[in-house]
Design a protein around this ligand. Sequence first.
Ligand SMILES: C[S@@+](CC[C@H](N)C(=O)[O-])C[C@H]1O[C@@H](n2cnc3c(N)ncnc32)[C@H](O)[C@@H]1O
Length: 306
Amino acid sequence: MLAIDPATKLSFNRLISNGDLVIVYERHDNLKAVTVSESTVLQNRFGVFKHSEWIGKPFGSKVFSNKGGFVYLLAPTPELWTLVLSHRTQILYIADISFVIMYLEVVPGCLVLESGTGSGSLTTSLARAVAPTGHVHTFDFHEQRAGSARDDFERTGLSSLISVRVRDIQGEGFPSEFAGLADAVFLDLPQPWLAIPSAAEMLKQDGTLCSFSPCVEQVQRSCETLQNSFTDIRTFEVLLRTYEVREGKMENLNGDNNGSNGSLPCKRRQRSNGSYAPDSIVSSVMARPCGEARGHTDYLTFARLK
Ligand SMILES: C[S@@+](CC[C@H](N)C(=O)[O-])C[C@H]1O[C@@H](n2cnc3c(N)ncnc32)[C@H](O)[C@@H]1O
């Protein structure tokens, strides 16, 4: 996923090779992770796409099927991976992820502890944020889930930045080898208050913690525990409003031809005398709130070690 060159530069400037992971983009709500294999084809409603024709093209290329249909081959960034990964659990999405990374102050070189790993959605972004010199240690008590996450990090090329371990963090806490070393701790656990005392022991002075919980009762209980060793305790709910942008046709009811109705410039049917026909059908780029937008996801509680 992250092409890390020795000069610590992250880039996708190189061309697509056999064995690369690419994100096949049909449209914003239809993406798929595909590993390029010379002898394989991708088949979808647009026809058959030969992988061999993808090799040597730059990431971002538009490629065509035997029927003239097309898809784009995008570089596998954490943002796109979050949209295509296999959901073995509930996951964090882009709005929460970006807020978490910013608020936890995760930067290259940081050591981050996380539990649970779940589907690895957040872990993938944490890994990019700490790259190339930092590390994410993530823990899940579900052995199979931890194994699948490990496989995913291998596939996305992030395994050198992430260690996955099986451990009951609520019961045992984080391993003592990290005591006083973590820059940030992230918890996505059903009873985070049980893991908070251990998280406090792991953090460097001034280190940051975030706990992600769906219910306000969990938040209240976590905050009570946080008060023992943390300061600057703050809870947020990140609400995202998505707009769908598309070209569409609509009726021009007032026949206005100078844009005084506040509409965006658009093509309109013009009469032979140059005037505009009232009630004409005009084509315009429109943006409207997306019907499938999610409301509440979870509450994010942040705190800083005293
Ligand atoms: C909602 S998922 C985490 C999703 C993850 N944040 C993501 O973005 O993909 C919660 C995970 O916590 C794990 N978990 C629950 N209790 C745990 C415990 N006591 N110790 C470690 N992991 C635990 C579950 O197995 C599950 O995989």
